[in-house]
Design a protein around this ligand. Structure first.
Ligand code: CTP
Ligand code: ZN
Length: 152
């Protein structure tokens, strides 16, 4: 069924992350947004019928995404859209987009990398490609893809 057939409540103010593909992505977004620490209502729905197959939706009242949260969502769900809701209206709708450089967001997949061994060295990865995802460490030049991404 679709979202409206299930009558998933509209929110008054906050953020709706829409077009999330799989249950795993919902779980990961929950981890990124730290649901366990949020003091606001969160609505989560999975396997709703969307235009291109199934989709998941996450709605968080009274919360705007930080740039880091937004970038992290772009890594795990490149087709997601983020809707900003004000007084029940969608006032902004953006497809997530990865910046060219990710700092302190993803762990370098090379365990020997300085960023995994020195406290002061923050991870810095250049985005070589988006689909499929390809990241290259600024320090050790290790290149890796989605399967080896660990979000910090
Ligand atoms: N939404 C909400 N609360 C509101 C307004 C919208 O929860 N007060 C949700 C809708 O249920 C939907 C998302 O925000 O999941 C985007 O809303 P809208 O742009 O109206 O829907 P669509 O046109 O279907 O969006 P898209 O074209 O991005 O699929
Ligand atoms: Zn590295």
């Amino acid at each position: 069924m679709t979202e409206s057939e299930y009558t998933i409540q509209k929110i008054k103010n906050g953020t709706v992350i829409d077009h999330l593909p799989y249950l795993t992505h919902l779980w990961l977004v929950g981890k990124i947004l730290k649901f366990h620490k949020l003091d606001e209502p969160v609505l989560i729905a999975s396997k709703l019928k969307g235009e291109n197959g199934y989709k998941g939706v996450i709605k968080v009242e009274n919360k705007a995404l930080t740039q880091d949260e937004y970038n992290k969502i772009a890594i795990i769900a490149p087709d997601a859209t983020v809707n900003i809701i004000e007084n029940y209206r969608v006032v902004d709708k953006k497809k997530v987009e990865l910046p060219d450089v990710l700092e302190g967001i993803v762990k370098c997949a090379n365990e020997g990398c300085i960023t995994n061994n020195e406290r002061w060295a923050k991870s810095k990865l250049n985005v070589l490609d988006r689909k499929p995802l390809e990241l290259k460490c600024h320090y050790c030049e290790h290149t890796f893809g989605r399967d080896n991404v660990y979000i910090l």
